[in-house]
Design a binder for this molecule. Structure first.
Ligand code: S3P
Length: 443
């Protein structure tokens, strides 16, 4: 794995085709929710990032038998007949916020004493947002880190339904509550300030769970103590739209470049970035696979153009939350002021993404304004003409956003801490180089 990479600006191809590894949001939900199934769940996809592997290991610590078929591109999970068993020691979730928050919801339904921990970055992430609703439902939740941070210790058991208005739009918190609600007697309602990704709801619907989604409200009738039991089966997971977005952006800002991103997830709650690319002037065509699967998928074609700036805020933010660092990178190439607001959440992701992008862009010679809840860049920016070193700060989305931007820069860019791309997009650097970008190992 490369610790640092050097990107030499330019693109050797003008037209290319790429497919990306399986969607980590969906894979992790299936891993966790397979704990409700009797028999073996098979999760198929074209490659699994390290967040998926961390969550698979955690599910294994909770009593499931987990097998990774590397060559076949599948993970097989057979839970223990009791559902969950008391783990020996703390359950480690690596970098995975989705793993920690969603698993907390399931663990809360069992009379166990479980402590969830993670790597340095996960240990800095706010967990008060899941502790509050789980406590209201009746679980005992202790946040053992300072300032409501992990480790998260959960002593679960009998849960009550709740009506809960989420203070921030977060699919992880929503999903945590919905998974716990499966163990409550009666109806739980979660109200979101704005719609966020709905993968959990779609899996539950495919199992026939009585769940109603209307506007920003989701209602779910629980199964009571012991929780639900669903039939095991096979799930084919599409490529991760968020990983595909880096390749779309690679073509978007230069006339003459174009790319096909094949077999990628097209869940409407995830693809606002396509609308943003169109608003910026790129040519976007979507070729949908026939509907019928529980998650829509298809191929996306992007042709580059001279881009114009864009402003995003409000309800747009949760629908493109993971693409915002990439968007600000593209903003430096677009004519006018690109502005992101209402995105305070970026400060509590795998790193403070506003500060990390601000620092890297300044090193590249770009003027950036940081706000508490967003940022602004004015383009097209003039990049420095000398080699620059930037740092991903160990955040996969920062590393990959900077890689795309470096392909448009004026001099080579060294990206430190580059291996973190494995968290969501294993093989990212090889894929980038197969697309014609010059990627060198910089030690
Ligand atoms: C995710 C939800 C989002 C997103 C994260 C994955 C999920 O986080 O940023 O990468 O799988 O539900 P929030 O729910 O905290 O917004």
């Amino acid at each position: 794995m490369w610790r640092s990479v050097r990107i030499v600006p330019g693109w050797k191809h003008t037209e290319t085709v790429v497919s990306v590894p399986a969607d980590k949001s969906i894979v992790q939900r299936l891993l966790i929710m397979s704990l409700f199934c009797r028999g073996e769940t098979r999760i198929e996809g074209s490659g699994f990032g390290s967040d998926c592997i961390s969550t698979a290991r955690a599910v294994g610590m909770l009593g499931a038998e987990v097998r990774l078929e590397c060559l076949g591109g599948a993970i097989r999970v057979s839970p223990s007949p009791e559902g969950l068993v008391q783990p020996e020691g703390e359950v480690y979730l690596g970098n995975s916020g989705t793993g920690m928050r969603l698993l907390s919801g399931v663990v809360a339904g069992y009379p166990l004493d479980v402590t969830l921990t993670g790597d340095e970055s996960l240990m800095r992430r706010p967990m008060g947002r899941i502790a509050d609703p789980l406590r209201r439902m009746g679980a005992q939740v202790d946040l053992l880190g300072a300032g409501e941070r992990p480790p998260v210790r959960i002593r679960g058991g009998r849960l009550n339904p709740i009506r809960y208005e989420l203070p921030v739009a977060s699919a992880q918190v929503k999903s945590c509550i919905l998974l716990a609600a499966l163990f409550a007697e009666g109806e739980t309602e979660v109200i979101e300030p704005a719609p966020s990704r709905d993968h959990t709801e779609r899996i539950l619907m495919r199992w026939g769970v009585p769940i109603q989604c209307r506007g920003n409200s989701i209602r779910l009738r629980g199964y009571g103590r012991g929780g639900p039991h669903f039939p095991a089966g096979t799930w084919r997971v599409p490529g991760d739209f968020s990983s595909g977005a880096y390749f779309m952006a690679l073509a978007a800002a230069e006339p003459g470049r174009s790319i096909w991103v094949r077999q990628v997830g097209l869940n409407p709650s995830r693809i606002a970035f396509l609308e943003v690319l169109s608003r910026m002037g790129a040519e976007v065509t979507v070729d949908r696979e026939p509907e019928g699967e529980w998650e829509p998928a298809g191929s996306v074609h992007v042709s580059g153009q001279r881009l114009r700036s864009v402003e995003v805020s409000g309800e747009w933010i949760p629908r493109l939350i993971d693409e915002l660092p990439l968007l600000i990178a593209l903003g430096t190439l677009a004519e006018g002021h690109t502005i992101i607001r209402d995105a305070r959440e970026l400060r509590v992701k795998e790193c403070d993404r506003i500060a990390a992008m601000g620092e890297a862009l300044r090193r590249l010679g770009v003027e950036v304004q940081e706000f508490d809840d967003g940022m602004q860049v004015s383009g097209p920016a003039s990049f420095t003409r000398e080699e620059v070193v930037v740092d991903s700060q160990g955040d996969h989305r920062i590393a990959m956003s900077l890689a795309v931007l470096a392909s448009y820069a004026k001099a080579p860019v060294v990206i430190r801490n580059a291996a973190c791309s494995e968290i969501s997009c294993p093989g990212f650097w090889e894929l980038l180089s197969s697309c014609g970008v010059s990627v060198e190992d910089a030690g």
